[in-house]
Design a protein around this ligand. Structure first.
Ligand SMILES: *[C@@H]1O[C@H](CO)[C@@H](O)[C@H](O)[C@H]1NC(C)=O
Ligand SMILES: *[C@@H]1O[C@H](CO)[C@@H](O)[C@H](O)[C@H]1NC(C)=O
Length: 237
């Protein structure tokens, strides 16, 4: 009986141990399974996070681009209309946007967008003015009329920059918008004569021309307004 008990006890113990072992094993297995699912979940979460971030970045990009596109297309057609209207009376400026409007829409470096600040073919831009150096010769009055018909006037030189620019661009003698009125010389625009670049040995005559063959500091000269020579027109943009 004792033996039996003992045996039974031992067997019981053994069984218990077996049970313990198997349950321990299954716990361990389950733990491994848990760990695996946990690892997968972490992977999925990370993937989800990355995809979400990519989505947000792309969304942001789409918003920014569409805003830019919108502001561009909002500004341009309307400006194209005004430009087209302006173009009819002023053929010297290329179909263009209003410069001020454009500047308010885009930064300085982007102002070339919408074709802002463009001169028509054959015209040269300096600052906000388009200049045209003629290839034909007319007298001073005809030149001024020709420039007016092109939507501008004979060139008015109000800065050293313009003087240098026009001298460099040309290689002939050009009427500019300078004419004597009694004792005084004045510009066609009536703007005050701030800069003077008269040659040392000026001729006589009531109309002023610029000779690009002479040095830029002193290349204005005068001639009879009936003389025929080339001319420079200007148009403000
Ligand atoms: C300027 O004068 C030339 C020569 O007379 C002429 O062919 C041209 O059409 C004129 N331009 C304008 C805009 O009047
Ligand atoms: C010429 O300019 C002076 C002062 O700058 C002025 O007093 C005079 O009236 C002007 N003469 C003419 C003909 O415009």
């Amino acid at each position: 009986m004792y033996i039996k008990f003992c045996r039974t006890y031992g067997e019981d113990k053994k069984d218990e141990a077996k049970e313990n072992l198997s349950s321990h094993l299954s716990v361990e297995l389950e733990g491994e399974k848990d760990k695996q699912t946990e690892g997968n979940a972490r992977l999925y979460r990370a993937g989800c996070l990355i995809l979400t971030i990519i989505c947000l970045v792309l969304l942001l990009l789409v918003i920014v681009l569409s805003m830019k596109l919108q502001s561009g297309s909002e500004v341009c057609p309307e400006r194209e209309e005004t430009a087209a209207a302006a173009d009819k009376q002023n053929p010297s400026v290329a179909p263009t946007c209003d410069y001020e409007q454009c500047k308010s829409q885009f930064s300085n470096t982007e102002a070339h967008r919408c074709g802002c600040q463009q001169c028509a073919d054959g015209w040269q831009m300096f600052g906000r003015t388009c200049f045209y150096l003629s290839t034909i010769r007319l007298n001073w009055d005809q030149s001024q009329r020709n420039c007016t018909a092109r939507g501008g006037s004979l060139a008015v030189i109000t800065s050293q920059g313009v003087q240098d620019f026009l001298t460099k661009k040309g290689n002939l003698k050009y009427w500019i918008g300078l004419r004597r009125d009694g004792d005084n010389w004045s510009w066609v625009s009536n703007s005050p004569m701030q800069e003077r670049y008269w040659a040392e040995d000026v001729s006589s005559g009531d109309c002023g021309f610029l000779s690009s063959e002479s040095p830029t500091e002193k290349n204005w000269n005068r001639a009879s307004c009936q003389f025929f020579t080339y001319f420079i027109c200007q148009v403000q943009i």
